[in-house]
Design a binder for this molecule. Sequence first.
Ligand SMILES: *[C@@H]1O[C@H](CO)[C@@H](O)[C@H](O)[C@H]1NC(C)=O
Length: 381
Amino acid sequence: TQDGEPPRQRVTGTLVLAVFSAVLGSLQFGYNIGVINAPQKVIEQSYNETWLGRQGPEGPSSIPPGTLTTLWALSVAIFSVGGMISSFLIGVVSQWLGRKRAMLVNNILAVLGGTLMGLANAAASYEMLILGRFLIGAYSGLTSGLVPMYVGEIAPTHLRGALGTLNQLAIVIGILIAQVTGPGLMSAPTRPVPPAPAPGGPLPSRDSSSQVFLVERAGRRTLHLLGLAGMCGCAILMTVALLLLERVPAMSYVSIVAIFGFVAFFEIGPGPIPWFIVAELFSQGPRPAAMAVAGFSNWTCNFIIGMGFQYIAEAMGPYVFLLFAVLLLCFFTFTFLRVPETRGRTFDQISADFRRTPSLLEQEVKPSTELEYLGPDDEND
Ligand SMILES: *[C@@H]1O[C@H](CO)[C@@H](O)[C@H](O)[C@H]1NC(C)=O
């Protein structure tokens, strides 16, 4: 009954160990997304002292607020710049060194970045912290592509979804560890969790742990569509709540529900699924290039949202989430029309799918493709 499908392979100790080691990189990635939020006040105070120290005893008594804001924004956003640049190199590096050695060598960036950040305070240098954030961003950019690629490649077809979810889970756990230990270790006032379209991507949410295996059951495409539709609904609910907030105070609760729903649906669909689909859509040859394009777009959008959200929110007021609702509707439509299901299917089966829905031009040129419509439908396995 499973025509054309590879034989089912067992989960071996080696496979578990390899996947576990690989997703540790994603844990580190997640940690560095989350870690910057909690100690904001501590870091700002340190920047203030550093700046004052450099002015000498006769200088001003406080860092100008504008300078502090710039330094802080730079410390946050430079992470995405590092990710943007390095994610573009995923293809080159993973071809040149191989996936495994690329992940190993990538750790040099993490060690360098961590060392710089760790010593920045003692050395009274914000340049070191910013450079460290840049390097750890570069590490994260490579990780964001290398880990799903490696895990997708070593996993047997029927386990790809389940094992791939571990990657997203590791990122979320990393963020969570950073959020939990951040305030404790630094004893700093916590900044509230940023709004859902926040820089740095996924936010911790409870339902992500129940995802393992859900991806295998429901299929990537269905989950992605569900996530996008849910996020779109939550964005509309958020807009309504913000518009009515003046007259109906209870709307503040509705907006909280909307934000949590937004994040939950993100974790179901657009958070993890695009990484699966990209890793599964392409065979080994073009996969690194595809992951690089995906990673670069992801990090660029992170950066744009991180830098631009403040300004867009000021310009659009309560309608800002309507913009996201419209975009999400576009993404939903595109996914519905163009994105194939990749669950439990080999690359040949998936690429055959693309050949079955030829563009208008191809239809005119090769009418013989029609024969392929008559092929067996392996959707209901
Ligand atoms: C910077 O430090 C000085 C001295 O401790 C303090 O008076 C000032 O309020 C601080 N400025 C900021 C922006 O934290």
